[in-house]
Write a new protein. Structure first.
Length: 213
């Protein structure tokens, strides 16, 4: 995707978020979003045929911000540690849009079609967050990892939306708690060997061999 096209998509996303912050997501029309973004309806159709596609574009924008970071993981960091760092950086990226997200989350309750249509984009986003943490989403348990982490993210997101403390102590505590639960679930699902791989850490087969020894 060219930088110009990416910039146009981001302008549309930001225009839509402004409407969302004002509680107008369900009422706003696509031509009105196009006007606010400074493009024609035809250009908007080419970029985002549906309003739900704009929400998927927002997820993509946040993904790009997170993936552009250089995570400095330590050798002793567990997959859970790495996921914690990646997901907290995602909350940092979302912070400027908290009002829009909070309002939008309420409006989407009455818009199940948009909520359902976001499923594939959310799965893609979660796959990339796993990758950023050095965790594979492939293999027999890949889908389980993606769905498990998505559940962790959504549960923590609700805590984040309700928290007013800028240091996010409740959010961090919730994320750690949910990741630990997911880790235990992964161990139960994947069997004894998963206790060495810790939530699907497939960076090397040697990790499992060392555990057996």
């Amino acid at each position: 995707m060219s930088p110009k096209l990416t910039d146009m998509r981001d302008k549309v996303v930001m225009a839509a978020l402004e409407f969302s912050a004002a509680g107008q997501w369900r009422q706003i029309t696509m031509p009105e979003i196009a006007t606010a973004a400074g493009i024609s309806s035809a250009e908007l159709y080419r970029l985002f045929p549906m309003k739900s596609d704009i929400l998927a574009g927002f997820l993509e924008k946040i993904d790009r911000q997170v993936l552009a970071q250089e995570f400095e993981f330590e050798d002793e960091d567990t997959p859970r540690d790495r996921l914690f760092e990646v997901l907290m950086s995602r909350f940092d990226a979302l912070a400027p849009h908290r009002v829009s997200i909070r309002t939008l989350s309420r409006e989407l309750i009455a818009d199940p079609l948009s909520t359902l249509s976001l499923g594939p984009a959310a799965m893609i986003s979660t796959t990339w967050m796993l990758a950023a943490a050095g965790i594979s989403s492939y293999g027999p348990f890949g889908l389980f990892r993606v769905k498990g982490l998505l559940a962790v993210w959504l549960a923590t997101l609700r805590v984040w939306l309700a928290e007013e403390n800028p240091d996010l102590p409740r959010t961090m505590a919730a994320l750690d708690r949910y990741l630990r639960r997911a880790e235990r679930g992964a161990i139960a699902m994947e069997g004894f060997e998963a206790s060495a791989l810790k939530f699907g850490d497939l960076e090397s087969a040697g990790a499992a061999n060392a555990y057996r020894e």
